[in-house]
Ligand binder design. Sequence first.
Ligand SMILES: [Zn+2]
Ligand SMILES: [Zn+2]
Length: 295
Amino acid sequence: MTRAGVLGSIITAGTVAMAAVPYAAQQPAATGPNVAQIEKVKDNLYMITGGGGNTAAYITANGVVLVDTKLANWGQAILDKVRTVSDKPITHIINTHTHGDHVGSNEFFDPKVEIVAQENTAANMAKMPAFADASKKHGLSDRTFKDKHTVLGGNDAIDLYYFGPAHTNGDAFVVFRNLRVMHAGDAFSGPNNPIMDTNNGGTGVGYPGTLAKAAAGIKGVDTVIPGHAAVTTWQAFVDYGEFMKSFVDSVSAAAKAGKTADQALAEFKPAEKFKDYNLTRAKANIETIYKEVGK
Ligand SMILES: [Zn+2]
Ligand SMILES: [Zn+2]
């Protein structure tokens, strides 16, 4: 090897090593504590981010109600952030759906905490290996509901709604009535093609219908916490329903016309107002819809 060649190799190796350092620095240390972030949504309602789905922390007269508990091993990080805004005990956990990035740290909290979920979600959770051990079972649901349930009352009232399958077959919409805020879970994870978890009863074909029922059936909300994105408006949630309808209509028409999944993907042209949507999961969604319609 020439001297220039050797030098070139050293520089190349050095560049790779330097590039690796900031990447590694972004990853949470395997043995270190998980650190979440907290932001105020409105008055006595906060959103805690990091470690999976968005957690809501609602400070009520007698305690703190959490919506979703992120991945496993994030319980202390959630509690640490709650303690920066309240010293009240955690009284309730509401789970929007069964996924491990939303129920993962249920078991961290005191067994006396009441865990509430839609009945299909409760059944899905009961099948999760994460809760199989006897020492973890207190992380399963204590109270379930079918279509509608209200947790607490008066100014603290939290209305839970279920309108049918979408992301899973147990997606709860959680409305902090007095604050006009809704936690949408992963039925509206953000401005993107969603995960359609058919293994947990989710659906592509039925997704827009469920969103339409939610948009029509829930009143008095102006602010929405998506499952995995920044706080947004009720109108953004309504628009999401429109996006999903246009997507599923387009794909269903392509399937009916005997087109391939790739053709269906090429033919879907989202409206201008959805130009910033992340369509990474469009192909996977199309495959799910094609399976559902028997193509
Ligand atoms: Zn999620
Ligand atoms: Zn999910």
